[in-house]
Design a protein around this ligand. Structure first.
Ligand SMILES: [Zn+2]
Length: 361
């Protein structure tokens, strides 16, 4: 009798616990707004983002003025997101649609057609292209989709470059100010705080306090930061004042690695790594046996120790190349939420740096 009772209690407890997990999971991203279109002080805007990384920034900028949702899960291939009817419903109710603004979300066209929400269409007040103003890398001279290449407007994985976040955040803030001018000063305050955090996390407090984030960002963008830091200032080299992620990754500069897909070009550009080849012959095209053989040759010839693979890819080719060459395949989530402990952009880059650092030689 006692046994049965405790079993029932246990089952009830389980139901209760899983129930509350479900509710808290839904609250974060499926949170329903209270009112539609245009917000005054107590009305919530509905913001829908294509990806979790944009949602993470939008939450920071919007503060308590919006409910922010996103479509693709953190562990999904961003090029190929199956367009579910529920996504079209989310977009139908959106005041703001935040997207890369390149061809990464070609899957969103069908959803936007179904959503029939004029306010969020390209060019309308509620449309935000986060890539506007980003220095896009790997631009393509002549777009040719016939071969299956999925990076026809240049490299769309802008979420991997910390300096891009500031441009993205500015675009998001501008979008919020347009649909909700009443709270513009809050969005500006949140934007300034976010950008300051990016600068301090990237360069460290000391340099930011001395020169300001804007100047350091410009130097970094022009690949002139380390030349600048090599100068003496009040009898000391400035390199000693570097902190943050750039200090943490100082030993990486000039090291050669390979990658599966062109996911991390903005990241490696920021931290001075060099990618000497990709396992995919072109972005979005699975590796042929011949191309894999060629890459095995490259890895052996150049004695490459590390291969970056976004964790949404099939792992067989990477494992096989590992076995044949001794290179270490590091599987990384490309987006916030790709693994549960990574809940914002800063944690995501922290995680990448930790993983790479413990495997790079
Ligand atoms: Zn891609």
């Amino acid at each position: 009798m006692n046994n049965t009772l405790s079993r029932i209690t246990f089952v009830l407890l389980l139901v209760f616990i899983s129930g509350s997990f479900l509710v808290s999971g839904q609250n974060r991203h499926q949170h329903k707004h209270q009112y539609r279109h245009g917000a005054s002080n107590d009305q919530l805007l509905t913001v829908v983002c294509s990806f979790s990384d944009y949602a993470s920034i939008a939450e920071r900028i919007a503060g308590n003025h919006a409910s922010v949702q996103y479509i693709a899960h953190g562990e999904q291939d961003p090029h190929f997101v199956p367009p579910k009817p529920s996504y079209a419903m989310m977009l139908r109710e959106a005041d703001l649609w935040i997207t890369t603004g390149m061809d990464l979300e070609s899957w969103s066209t069908t959803l936007l057609d179904k959503a029939r929400n004029k306010q969020i269409m390209d060019g309308a007040i509620g449309f935000v292209s986060v890539s506007d103003g980003v220095n896009v890398l790997q631009k393509v001279e002549k777009a040719d989709r016939t071969e299956g290449d999925v990076h026809l407007m240049g490299n769309p994985h802008i979420n991997t470059g910390p300096l891009n976040w500031k441009v993205m955040a500015t675009n998001i803030a501008t979008g919020l100010m347009k649909v909700d001018p009443t709270n513009a000063s809050d969005y500006q305050t949140n934007l300034d705080a976010f950008n300051d955090q990016v600068d301090r996390t990237l360069f460290g407090d000391e340099l930011v306090d001395m020169f300001g984030g804007e100047m350091l960002s410009r130097l970094q963008e022009n690949k002139a930061l380390f030349t600048f830091l090599d100068k003496e200032y009040q009898g000391e080299k400035l390199t000693g004042k570097l902190g943050g992620w750039l200090k943490q990754t100082e030993s990486w500069r000039g090291k050669k690695i390979v990658a599966y897909h062109k996911n991390w070009v903005y990241f490696i550009e920021a931290f001075g790594l060099e990618i000497v080849g990709y396992i995919e012959p072109k972005p979005g095209i699975p590796p042929s046996a011949k191309h894999v053989q060629k890459m095995i040759g490259v890895i052996k010839d150049q004695d490459i120790k590390l291969m970056l693979v976004a964790s949404y890819f099939e792992k067989n080719s990477a494992r096989m190349i590992e076995e044949k060459t001794g290179v270490k395949a590091v599987f990384l989530p490309l987006f916030v939420g790709g693994i549960s402990e990574v809940t914002d952009n800063f944690q995501l880059v922290d995680y990448w740096i930790d993983q790479i650092d413990s495997n790079i030689q």
